[in-house]
Structures are given as C-alpha cells and as structure tokens.
Design a protein around this ligand. Structure first.
Ligand code: HEC
Length: 179
C-alpha cells in the first residue's frame, strides 16, 4: 500500500514537471529576467514624473513577444531601427571584447557556431554568423535577437547596454562573412 501510494505520487510529480516544461514556448532559465521585479533600484525615485516630462534614458522599448510568430514579426519590424554607433576602430574593439565574453562560447571564435558550448547543442546548433542568413539581416534585426534572445539562445538586454549591443553588431558584421 505504502509503495503504490509512493509510486503514484512520484508519477504525479513527474507529470507535473513535464507539463511545466512543455507549456510556454519561451520558458528557459534565462527567461526569468531579474531586472523585472518590483524592488526599488539604487537611485530610483518613486516620485512621479512631472507632467510633460520626456524620458531620455533607460527603458527597453522593444516588444517582448511570447510566441514564435510574434518573435519573427518583432524581429522583422526591428529592421527599421537604425544603428546609432559608427563602426570605428574603438567600436569594433569593444565589440570584439563583448563578443568574446558573451557569444564566443556558443558561436565560436570565428563565428562558425562551434564554440565549446555550441558543440553541445543537439536540436539546433548556434547559427554560423558568417552565413548570409545573419550577414544579410539589418542591424536592427540583430539588435532584436541580442536584446530578446531566441528559443534556445539567451538574451542580453541585462548583460549588455544598448550601445554595447551595437558594438557587437558592428564587430560581427565586420569580422565575419568575409571568407
Ligand atoms: C548559449 C549559447 C549561445 C550564446 C551564448 C549566444 N548564442 Fe546566438 N544563437 C544560439 C543558438 C542556439 C541560435 C539558434 C537559435 C534559434 O534559431 O532559435 C543562435 C542564433 C543567433 C543568431 C541568429 C538569429 C536569427 O535571426 O535567427 C544571431 C545573430 C546570434 N545568435 C548572435 C549572438 C550574439 C551576438 C551573441 C552574444 C551577444 C550570442 N548569439 C550568444 C546560441 C547562443
């Protein structure tokens, strides 16, 4: 009796675990963005903004869709966002630096999608950033991908400032896709 109760209990837990994995489309550990929480951040004021004031910094303005179609649409719409950072030597150097820290483990040193972590992906490998698929995308589309991530790629809206994301885009357009 004790054993059969235990085994139904374990089965129920297993089913619950499976369901919780399966339901949302974009629900990976990195979807839990700790930036989004009700706590007051350092130097954050709870005083309401004066009427007519216009925000000049902060705030992610890109949409955060939760379906695959929504992600595709939002990425395509983001093509209209202009890259505000010129690809100067300084920007490329910063881009190389942030690429190495954030992207290289999966996309590899040469962008081939063969970084040490990238090789472990079974369902889909990290994209080869040299291919036209990435190189032909507008900078704004890449900005959307880096900001929001993809089903099996983490997002970087918390790890990289918008300017740093544009530096990475300058770097991957300049460095990859030439061979
Ligand atoms: C944990 C591994 C991982 C890391 C780290 C990672 N990526 Fe990816 N990336 C992937 C995978 C996997 C895909 C394919 C995802 C898909 O199609 O759903 C991908 C896809 C992409 C794409 C193609 C998106 C599209 O339009 O389909 C771009 C561009 C890209 N990554 C850039 C980057 C950049 C830039 C960084 C660093 C800021 C980065 N990735 C970090 C795994 C990673």
């Amino acid at each position: 009796m004790g054993i059969s109760w235990m085994s139904s209990f374990i089965r129920a837990i297993a089913v619950l675990l499976l369901l919780s994995q399966a339901t949302p489309v974009w629900a990976f550990p990195w979807d839990q963005d700790m930036v989004d929480q009700p706590s007051a951040k350092p130097q954050e004021s709870s005083a309401p903004a004066a009427p007519g004031s216009v925000p000049i910094v902060g705030g992610e303005t890109l949409p955060a869709p939760i379906t695959e179609q929504g992600m595709t649409d939002a990425k395509n719409e983001a093509a209209a966002i202009p890259n505000p950072i010129t690809a100067t030597a300084e920007s490329l150097a910063r881009g190389a630096y942030f690429y190495e820290i954030n992207c290289l483990v999966c996309h590899g040193k040469d962008g081939r999608g063969n970084g040490s972590v990238g090789k472990k992906f079974v369902t889909k490998s990290p994209v080869d950033l040299n291919e036209d698929y990435t190189q032909d995308q507008a900078d704004g589309q890449l900005f959307f991908t880096i900001t929001r991530g993809r089903a099996i790629m983490p997002f970087y809206r918390d790890a990289l400032s918008p300017a740093e994301r544009w530096d990475v885009i300058n770097y991957l357009k300049q460095e990859f896709g030439n061979q």
